[in-house]
Design a protein. Structure first.
Length: 711
């Protein structure tokens, strides 16, 4: 019994153990499923929200994925707090999830504030125009503030709305054939205003009418049709009276009437080229019918015409018209078209083309009119009518008049034919490649030179007639060119030889000139060669003979170079060849050669008696040289002033001249200037010592006097 009872308890315990295991396993599986489902729900919720943000901000897939993962992590974190047993954690979870949802909505609101379209292209905004700008809204219908309709923003309107916001305002469309609708979408791109009179004005932008202030509306098909009908009515020309032929009443493709008519009380028909009203009676015109054409065909038709300044009068009999006194000319085949042009207001114009067609090639009737001036010149016109200058009626062309006109044109062509022009023989085509005939004319001078021209005529300078080229002429010219080339080659060789000889001679001349410069140039001569330093008067004495020889050769080679002439005269002066030197100095003085004045002055002094010299002429030349800036002349003038031979023009003239000459590089002036300054220093020192002595004496006498007074 005990054993049985114990076995029952064991079985019962085993049953409950298995049941608990199953329940526990189910609970764990359910919990895991809940967690997984919760996380999947959180992930797809975060992804759906972040996808909206990514679409709004145009974020690429990688950025959107990163944003989704961050949002998922935050949502899982705050979601786990919601199921916490702690109240504080649950509040954090609720607040976190709510904050994520609010931030998401605020971000989307901020992003869509300036967005007009959803990612799929649907319009999410509408607009209301004001006089100043554009107000946007997301609620279609009537705007509560203005009472106007809030119209949807379409892609075609965005650019125009931005233009309106920037200050652009609508202007009237002047084109007679504008584009009303966008060719891609069919949206209207023209706005209109319609008045009580039915008139429609078109504008290129939304806005308000500049006169009435009413808002412009986008066009629709009905408005476009009404506008086009009004344009056609305004631009259509009034009906013109015509004389039709049998084949012109109906369109051969559609059978519709092409002519309108009116029948008067005499049963006479008047035909017109368009629908409308009779300009004389105001009666409504009617489209022709077969019965009208048949009835009209049984009546006699116009056979001739008379041109007036305003219109065309038709008659049924050729000859002189009794009412106008003019000839009623026969209406030939092909003239009706031109008569109608005249009736429509077209008037004759001169024909400038010399190759005009005079007669209709189908009928042979004249299609050109003419007038003969007093000079017998014939003028052609493209239509019947009256001459614009004389007022005389133009006449239809005839065969005899055509011949006269052609003869007249030949004379004009011969008179105004262009004179022959010279052509380049190297590029000219002398013979026609198809016929071999010569196409170039030539002229040959007495010297055998050829000139070629592009046409027949006479040489413009000699008046000789031009002749057509031949093969012989071209062969002679080729031989002449070959001989000329040979002569030119020989002449070139001769020129090269002559140039070499001239170069050699120039080198020799330059060498002689350089020697003259080295041996005889004056250091203070502004015209001396810059390649040499120059020689002083004392140095020149040592090489005077060689200098004279070199400068004679240099002057002979270059007689126009005054420098060589001056240096030669200077050398003559050194060796006391005073007559030769004076002759050259005189020539150079006349040419204002600056350096010569000092030499010339001393030469004049040397020619005089040493005990009884006249300094007038030398002073003149020294002063001219000094005024011209010659340092030697300045120093010479200063020296004679110091020696008392020349009266100075001021107390300091001598010293001033010495200072200027020293500055210009004159060695003697520089020595004299040093001496003058030393003497000045000695005088200043002596004056100072004298003043000091005087001061000492004054002090001594002052002391003596003060001592006596003190007693």
């Amino acid at each position: 019994m005990v054993l049985n009872e114990g076995g029952g308890h064991e079985m019962f315990a085993t049953f409950f153990t298995r049941k608990n295991a199953i329940i526990g396993t189910a609970a764990v599986v359910g919990l895991l499923g809940f967690v997984v489902a919760n996380h999947l729900l959180a992930y797809y919720t975060a992804k759906s929200y972040t996808d909206q943000i990514a679409d709004t901000f145009n974020i690429n897939g990688h950025g959107a994925r990163a944003l989704a993962l961050v949002s998922f992590a935050l949502l899982v974190y705050f979601g786990s707090k919601i199921f916490s047993l702690a109240k504080r954690n649950r509040l954090i979870g609720y607040a976190g999830v709510l904050s994520l949802l609010v931030v998401h909505s605020l971000v989307l609101w901020r992003a869509s504030e300036w967005t007009n379209f959803s990612p799929d292209g649907a319009s999410i905004k509408c607009f209301v125009l004001t006089k100043e700008s554009v107000r946007y809204s997301e609620r279609l219908g009537i705007d509560q503030e203005s009472g106007k309709e809030c119209r949807p923003v379409t892609p075609q309107l965005v650019e125009r709305l931005h233009s309106y916001e920037k200050g652009l305002r609508p202007t009237r469309v002047a084109s007679d054939n504008p584009v009303f609708f966008d060719l891609r979408t069919g949206e209207p791109i023209i706005w209109y205003a319609k008045f009580d009179s039915g008139e429609i004005e078109l504008f290129d932008l939304m806005g308000f009418h500049p006169t009435t202030g009413e808002e412009l509306l986008p066009v629709n098909k009905a408005i476009v049709a009404s506008w086009r009908e009004g344009i056609i009515h305004e631009t259509r020309e009034p009906p013109k009276k015509i004389i039709p032929t049998i084949g012109e009443f109906f369109d051969p493709r559609t059978g519709r009437a092409k002519v309108w008519y009116r029948k008067d009380e005499k049963s006479e028909y008047s035909f017109f080229d368009a629908d409308g009203f009779d300009p004389l009676t105001g009666e409504k015109l009617s489209a022709v019918t077969r019965e009208v054409v048949k009835d009209w065909g049984t009546k006699p038709q116009a056979q001739c015409y008379i041109i007036t300044s305003e219109a065309v009068k038709y008659g049924d009999r050729s000859g002189i018209d009794p009412s106008t006194g003019k000839e009623c000319r026969e209406i030939k085949s092909g003239m009706l078209e031109r008569l109608r042009e005249y009736e429509k207001g077209k008037r004759p114009s001169r024909i400038a083309d010399p190759n005009v067609v005079f007669f209709d090639p189908r009928t042979g009737s004249p299609i050109v009119w003419y007038s003969v001036a007093k000079s017998t010149d014939i003028e052609l016109f493209d239509l019947m009518g009256f001459h614009p200058s004389t007022g005389e009626e133009l006449l239809p062309i005839t065969a005899s008049v055509v011949e006269q006109f052609r003869a007249q044109q030949q004379k004009i062509t011969a008179k105004h034919r262009s004179p022959p022009k010279r052509v380049n023989a190297e590029s000219a085509v002398f013979f026609d490649p198809r016929s071999g005939a010569p196409v170039i004319w030539y002229w040959k001078s007495s010297g055998g030179n050829y000139e070629f021209f592009d046409g027949e005529g006479y040489h413009p300078f000699t008046g000789d007639p031009l002749a057509l080229v031949t093969k012989t002429v071209l062969e002679e010219r080729e031989a002449q060119i070959a001989k000329g080339k040979k002569d030119e080659e020989q002449a070139a060789i001769k020129r090269a030889q002559d140039a070499q000889l001239q170069t050699n001679a120039a080198i020799e001349i330059a060498a002689v000139g350089d020697k003259c410069d080295r041996l005889a140039s004056n250091p203070t001569d502004p015209n001396k060669s810059q390649a040499v330093k120059g020689v002083t008067y004392d140095e020149l004495k040592l090489t005077a003979t060689a200098a004279i020889e070199a400068c004679l050769a240099a002057q002979s080679n270059a007689p126009s170079v005054d420098r060589f002439k001056y240096q030669l005269a200077r050398a003559y002066q050194v060796v006391s060849a005073l007559d030769k030197a004076e002759s050259l100095f005189e020539q150079l003085a006349e040419k204002r050669y600056v350096a010569v004045y000092d030499n010339y002055g001393w030469l004049l002094l040397k020619q005089q008696d040493a005990n009884n010299r006249d300094y007038t002429a030398p002073e003149k030349f020294f002063r001219i040289g000094a005024a011209a800036g010659n340092a030697d002349a300045m120093e010479s003038l200063a020296e004679l002033i110091e020696r008392g031979k020349i009266r100075p023009r001021s107390e300091t003239e001598g010293n001033d001249l010495t200072a200027r000459a020293a500055d210009l590089g004159n060695a003697e002036a520089q020595k004299r200037l040093v001496k003058i300054r030393q003497e000045g220093d000695r005088r200043d020192q002596a004056r100072e010592q004298n003043e000091q002595g005087k001061e000492i004496m004054r002090n001594i006498f002052g002391s003596i006097i003060r001592g006596k007074l003190a007693r």
